[in-house]
Design a protein around this ligand. Structure first.
Ligand SMILES: [Zn+2]
Length: 316
């Protein structure tokens, strides 16, 4: 059988990672290049000449002597940790096929558990903001709703569950039916309003969207999407239907991975865990570019307020 070219692509080995980003100088140089790919430009006056203040890791603009840090405005800003630790954390979060736990990061990075947790959530927040900023690419979108955690009164898991975390699962496919991108997002509830709000942010008008007959998905027609309903009738056979093959497969993978990695997931941070899966899946075609791409985005993402990342509320 032919090998799957995505699964068997050449990855970005830890050895290569260390040879490229193993020292503070290399990380600093990489950030500089990602921040100013066309050469330094002072953010205050636009001047292009500068000198490096080696002792304080700052750049000084030659015109007005403004001092600029390469990490200003990024998740590395005002960090006491070495850049090498941050880079390794990003490597761990973006390269692993499944989500990496904060406990495992703590051990690998040699930092405290709370530090590992905070780093992980900051990295995942960058990922989430990146993916939320543009609609999913598509030919046909397979859409479904699912819950994380919880059981029905009769002990079964499923969409009728109360009090748990509802999420919309969308997988776009190409004209051959192969999956292109996934977009899984936590929603308030499976209500028409929540679906319209989600679809307006994540889909493009003109996309063909296929869903089952759940009432809230009628919101897609109201919002002007090309919406096709397929009545599945529920039950184990319905999850095998070609129209929902990929969305069901990936929901299954995500849930299995969450069960295997985490003991408990805080409601407040569930959406970032989902974003982590989407990020890795959507960039699976090019593992080698994950780290530079992540950092390119991070350098353009505003700092994340500590209040949304209170360590005491996190669990990992
Ligand atoms: Zn300047």
């Amino acid at each position: 059988m032919a090998k799957n070219t995505v699964q068997f692509q050449q990855g970005f080995s830890l050895q290569e990672f260390i040879s490229q980003y193993g020292s503070e100088g290399q990380c600093h140089q990489a950030l500089f290049q990602w921040r100013w790919p066309d050469g330094f430009k002072c953010p205050k006056c636009g001047h292009v000449r500068y000198c490096s203040l080696k002792s304080r890791k700052l750049l000084q603009c030659n015109r007005r002597r403004s001092q600029i840090s390469v990490t200003a405005g990024t998740i590395f800003d005002s960090t006491k940790l070495p850049l090498t630790t941050w880079f390794l954390a990003i490597y761990l979060v973006t390269q692993s096929k499944v989500s990496v736990s904060a406990l495992s990061m703590k051990r690998t990075l040699g930092v405290s558990y709370n530090t590992a947790l905070l780093m992980k959530h900051k990295i995942q927040q960058v990922i989430k903001e990146r993916d939320d900023s543009k609609p999913i690419a598509s030919y046909i979108i397979q859409l479904d709703g699912a819950y994380w955690g919880g059981k029905k009164r009769d002990g079964r898991r499923g969409r009728g569950t109360t009090g748990k975390l509802p999420f919309v699962a969308a997988v776009s496919t190409d004209d051959q039916g192969h999956p292109i991108e996934m977009r899984f997002s936590q929603v308030r509830a499976f209500s028409k309003d929540a679906i319209i709000e989600w679809a307006t942010q994540h889909l493009c008008i003109g996309d063909e969207v296929v869903s089952d007959g759940l009432n809230c998905f009628n919101g897609l027609d109201e919002a002007g999407f090309d919406h096709r309903v397929i009545i599945t009738g529920g039950g184990p056979e319905s999850v095998k239907m070609a129209e929902f093959k990929w969305v069901n497969t990936i929901i299954g993978n995500v849930k299995r991975s969450l069960h295997g990695t985490f003991h408990a997931i805080s409601k407040k941070h569930f959406s970032r865990y989902l974003a982590g899966f989407c990020y890795r899946f959507n960039r699976r075609f090019d593992l080698r570019q994950l780290l530079p791409r992540f950092s390119f985005v991070d350098l353009r993402t505003p700092p994340i307020p500590q209040r949304i990342l209170k360590v005491a509320e996190l669990c990992g």
